[in-house]
Design a protein around this ligand. Structure first.
Ligand SMILES: Nc1ncnc2c1ncn2[C@@H]1O[C@H](COP(=O)(O)OP(=O)(O)OP(=O)(O)O)[C@@H](O)[C@H]1O
Ligand SMILES: [Mg+2]
Length: 364
């Protein structure tokens, strides 16, 4: 497994914190490991709602696996459904959807072989990334290339090491922004400023930057600012783009959109994360809700409330707040299951087959 092989999974501490927040909200919580046994567990236990944080175990649609299982079993869950999860994990397909909605994304080309000719539309510097990874897996200082030779080496490296296509994009050298959406509300904009990271020479969110964030000696301590010091017009433009991207991909409850601002302030969307990390210590999404004035338990309970409200709209018998004994399930950090199935059931207008409960799993 490469050094970045397990970067997507949540830490036990983060899972414990989410469990505590759910219990504080009046729920009974069960942790469910999102592995091959997951369907069996849900066939033999009744739950009200799953708090889904499962990243999935393997495969190109891994984040969609738990939602798909829950959808098939009719179990309600928080967050996005299987189609959105699978789409968002494929950066190129995401960019196609964004572009079709008129949302700006860096010019790109997908390489299935290292020798395919480079499109004349693309100008160096470029960045080479695995097409279907998260947590900056496969993104290193060498991923930003300024000439044809380096480009070919990086494409070959991604193809062989990550066994998937290489996405080549124009490198947008402006400010780094990430922006969360919860419900249909855009959060305060978060800027990640890499200008002090001279020792590493990594002025972008590389895998090392995320994995060892805060290590100033290695040049891996970017400065986070939330709300970002931007003029009101640029802030509004970013928040509008994030809401549009959230809707374009069909995200439910939460998403986090990663953006680079061109030097003239134009936002370019890099990708949309429908399963943002919820660690109160390491993740960017909670940094934005903290800036908005919410505690971490409030964030977790808000996600539950949004999911319950969605189900309730379609099935009035579905509770809008935790009744005594309402069950919450949290999964271990290996794969993700239940939450999506019930959402789609609700959207289709089918009655939920069981009362709401919550399940989740760890993801960074
Ligand atoms: N076209 C680009 N221009 C400038 N920087 C980029 C570009 N693409 C990626 N990056 C840098 O690499 C980082 C990771 O890229 P990206 O968000 O596409 O990957 P990811 O692994 O899916 O991230 P996440 O952990 O958010 O899921 C970005 O946050 C940004 O710093
Ligand atoms: Mg990203």
């Amino acid at each position: 497994m490469p050094a970045d092989g397990d970067s997507e999974f949540d830490s036990p501490r983060t899972i414990d914190t989410i469990v505590e927040a759910l219990r504080a909200g009046g729920h009974t919580v069960h942790l469910v490991e999102a592995d091959e046994q997951l369907p069996r567990w849900f066939l033999t236990h009744r739950v009200d709602l799953v708090f889904n944080i499962a990243e999935g175990v393997h495969g190109e649609h891994r984040e969609a696996q738990v939602p798909a299982i829950l959808e098939s079993l009719g179990v309600p869950f928080t967050g996005s459904g299987s189609v959105t999860m699978a789409l968002a994990l494929d950066k190129t397909k995401t960019k196609q959807v964004l572009a079709s909605e008129g949302i700006l994304t860096p010019p790109w080309q997908l390489f299935a072989t290292p020798s395919a000719p480079l499109s004349s539309r693309l100008e160096f510097p470029l960045i080479v990334k695995p097409n279907r990874e998260g947590s900056s897996k496969g993104i290193w200082r060498e991923s930003v290339v300024g000439d044809e030779g380096s480009l070919r080496r990086q494409i070959a490296h991604v193809l062989s090491r990550y066994r998937q296509e290489a996405l080549v994009e124009e490198f947008i050298s402006g400010r780094e922004i990430t922006i969360g959406v919860i419900g249909d509300q855009a959060l305060p904009v978060l800027e990640i400023d890499f200008s002090s990271c001279r020792t590493s020479g990594e002025f972008f969110y590389s895998w090392r930057m995320k994995e060892f964030q805060g290590d100033a000696a290695q040049g891996l301590a970017p400065v986070l600012r939330c709300p970002a010091p931007l003029d009101a017009g640029t802030t509004k433009r970013i928040q509008d783009v994030a809401r549009r991207a959230h809707r374009a991909l069909g995200c439910m409850d939460v998403s986090r959109t990663d953006i680079r601002l061109r030097h003239d302030g134009t936002p370019f969307v890099l990708e949309v994360n429908p399963l943002p990390g919820l660690s109160p210590w390491d993740s960017n999404f909670p940094a934005m809700t903290t800036s908005a004035g919410w505690s971490h338990p409030e964030l977790i309970q808000r996600i539950v409330a949004l999911a319950m409200s969605r189900y309730h709209q379609v099935h009035p018998a579905f509770p809008t707040s935790p009744a005594g004994g309402s069950g919450v399930h949290l999964q271990e950090p290996s794969s993700g299951t239940r939450a999506d199935a019930a959402t789609n059931e609700a959207q289709r207008g089918a009655a939920p087959s069981r009362p709401a409960s919550l399940t989740s799993q760890g993801a960074p």
